[in-house]
Structures are given as structure tokens and as C-alpha cells.
Design a protein around this ligand. Structure first.
Ligand SMILES: C[S@@+](CC[C@H](N)C(=O)[O-])C[C@H]1O[C@@H](n2cnc3c(N)ncnc32)[C@H](O)[C@@H]1O
Length: 342
């Protein structure tokens, strides 16, 4: 027997609930536009729906609907001449733009189906998607992911390089470097700096190409391995751990923290870049959401709080650990600096 529905007066608005429950629609419109390279095809001048459809190899009537929806959500403009990019889509959604985010949108597109299984993951406590970084993915997938990470990291690299003075550093180790974007940004700023990128061998194969594109290959070396268990090379002034720690369980994280401590010379420093989460684990909202992303995609990863990262560093015998003030860093990210005593 069902219980009688509770009668409620309409004293609060239902708007936010309805909007949020449908917000995947907006996200899919954007992702489909990028997937069909609508913004790249429109780049350079207004085009009709038929012309875009022809160039995309898509259905003309359906393309017109998609283009109108992209206009409705502000990602395109429409005039008598046809559809044109906005300054925002011209800058971030055209694949040939130096600030293109298209590769990172492809990552979001891939993650989307796992988010549709969130309730299952919460029910079982287990991940629902194949781990991103393990061996056996197609080369195109590994490269696509690395390019997407690079597009995202390039947005924050200038702020980080401005905030962290490495003029006395000679050797930098980037653990779980992926494309090595932050290391590359420091190499460009400091001509006497050298970097070692540590990652799985199949990721490093792609990293080599990307580092060459960035023109700093002569000062980069590559060490393949598993940071959850392998020894790290040593003798570094700086170790970077950028968006890697959220993917692993606390014991593995503590072990990695000690090995990163061991990789540093006296006076050296560890820079952790992570998603910010306060001790309530509810703010910023993206930190709480990212924790669920780790539930969907890893065995034991989660977003750790800033206080936890600081405590892990202190427990691993770093003398000091604190969040750095990085002007221009998005509010949902944090950089924590931990120092080794001299
Ligand atoms: C989210 S990406 C971060 C890449 C880069 N640090 C950045 O901030 O753009 C995580 C990287 O860690 C690497 N990784 C994950 N688990 C690893 C492991 N156990 N050993 C070595 N590398 C690993 C992945 O291959 C990937 O390149």
C-alpha cells in the first residue's frame, strides 16, 4: 500500500530543481556541437545550416536544430547571413585556436555515460567505467586525453609560473606528468631548469610528442613507471604532483608522499595542484562533484580536503605545508606547497 502523498503549499520555487534536472541537455548540445566540429566549420565567417551540415557530413534538418539550440544557449550567433561563432566560441571551441578546449570537451563527452550510472555506483560503491590511464587503451584515446589535460593545464600554467619563484631550481620532477604542461611552462620561464616527466610508459610515448611540439625536448627526460609502487628518481629541487593524488587511496597517497619527499634535495619543495575541498567536504561544489567523478572511475580515489593534503605532507616529514596564494587560479583549484628542511 502506498502512503498518501504529502500535501505541500507552494512557498518555494521548483525552478532550480527543474533546471538542474535538465542541465544535461545544455551540456549535450555543447558537446555535440564540438564533436561535430561545428565551431571549426563555422570559423572564418557566417555559414548556413546546409553548408555546415554538408561539411560535417550530417543531416541538414537536424543540423539546423542543433545550430539553433547553440544560438539559444549563447554558443553561436544567428543573422541573415547564417550562423557565426561568438568571441567565446572562436577562442575556445575552434580546434585550431591556441586556447582551444575541444580536446578537453572530448574528455567530458567520454565521461558522460558513466555519470548516467551514478546511482548504480552509489548503490554498489564501485566504479562504473574502465580506468582512464591503465594499459591497453588505443593510442588515439591516450593522446586525446593528454591533449585535453594540456588544454586545461595551459589555462592555469601562467598563474602558477607567476606565483612560484624557481630561479634557484635546476631540476624538476613532474609525477604523473601526463602532457607535462606545468613543467613545460616552468622550463619556458627558466632557461637553466631541466625536467623529468614520470608517468606510465604509454602516456610518456604521447608526452614526448607534445613536449616536442612545445619546443623544450632538449631539457626534458622521461622515466616510465607506476607511482603507486615504483621508486622515483631523486635529487630534485622541485616535485610537481598535479591532479594525481585524488585518483588513489589514502595508504597509496601517503606512500607516494614519502617517496616524493625522498626525491627532493634539502630545501626542495613539493607543489600539489588539486581540486579544492574544504573540511565540510561540500565547498566548493565542484570539489564535492569531483569526488563522485573519482567514485565513477577509480577503485578508491576521492577528493581530499586541503587540510588533509597539508596533514599528509606533514606526516611525510615535510617541514611546512600550506596553500599558496596564486592570483588567477580558478576558485575550485588549490596549489599546496610543502617544503623540505635545509
Ligand atoms: C589527471 S592526469 C594529470 C596530468 C598532469 N599532471 C596535469 O596536471 O595536467 C593524471 C596522470 O597521472 C598518470 N597516472 C595515473 N596513475 C598513475 C600511476 N599509478 N603511475 C604513473 N602514472 C599514473 C596518468 O597516466 C595521467 O597522465
Amino acid at each position: 500500500m502506498g502512503s498518501k502523498p504529502a500535501t505541500r503549499k507552494r512557498t518555494v520555487s521548483p525552478k532550480r530543481i527543474l533546471q538542474t534536472s535538465r542541465s544535461y541537455i545544455e551540456s549535450q548540445i555543447l558537446l555535440a556541437g564540438a564533436s561535430l566540429d561545428v565551431f571549426g566549420l563555422i570559423h572564418g565567417g557566417a555559414r548556413t545550416a546546409a553548408a555546415v551540415a554538408r561539411r560535417a557530413g550530417a543531416d541538414s534538418r537536424a543540423m539546423e536544430m542543433l545550430l539553433d539550440a547553440l544560438v539559444a544557449y549563447g554558443f553561436l550567433k544567428k543573422s541573415h547571413a547564417g550562423y557565426a561563432n561568438t568571441p567565446e566560441s572562436e577562442t575556445y571551441l575552434v580546434p585550431t585556436s591556441s586556447l582551444s578546449l575541444v580536446d578537453s570537451l572530448r574528455i567530458s563527452e567520454r565521461l558522460y555515460s558513466s555519470w548516467a550510472q551514478l546511482a548504480d555506483a552509489v548503490r554498489t560503491g564501485h566504479s562504473v567505467r574502465r580506468p582512464m590511464f591503465v594499459a591497453g587503451h588505443e593510442q588515439a584515446f591516450v593522446e586525446g586525453f593528454a591533449r585535453g589535460m594540456r588544454a586545461i593545464a595551459r589555462l592555469v600554467a601562467p598563474a602558477l609560473v607567476r606565483a612560484v619563484d624557481l630561479r634557484d631550481a635546476r631540476r624538476l620532477l613532474d609525477v604523473g606528468a601526463g602532457p607535462g604542461t606545468l613543467a613545460v611552462a616552468f622550463l619556458r620561464r627558466y632557461p637553466r631548469l631541466e625536467a623529468t616527466l614520470f608517468d606510465y610508459p604509454w602516456t610518456l610515448a604521447v608526452a614526448k610528442t607534445l613536449v616536442a611540439e612545445d619546443g623544450v625536448s632538449s631539457r626534458v627526460s622521461f622515466v616510465g613507471g607506476d607511482f603507486e609502487k615504483d621508486a622515483l628518481p631523486s635529487g630534485f629541487d622541485v616535485v610537481l604532483a598535479s591532479q594525481i593524488l585524488h585518483g588513489i587511496a589514502e595508504p597509496a597517497l601517503r606512500s607516494l608522499m614519502s617517496r616524493m619527499r625522498g626525491a627532493l634535495v634539502p630545501g626542495g619543495r613539493l607543489l600539489i595542484r588539486e581540486f579544492r575541498l574544504d573540511r565540510s567536504r561540500t565547498k566548493p561544489a565542484y570539489g564535492a562533484a569531483f569526488s563522485l567523478n573519482m567514485l565513477l572511475g577509480t577503485d578508491a580515489g576521492r577528493a581530499y580536503t586541503v587540510d588533509e593534503y597539508v596533514a599528509f605532507a606533514r606526516d611525510a616529514a615535510f617541514a611546512t605545508a600550506r596553500p599558496l596564494a596564486v592570483k588567477g587560479l580558478p576558485p575550485e583549484q588549490v596549489v599546496i606547497e610543502a617544503r623540505v628542511p635545509r
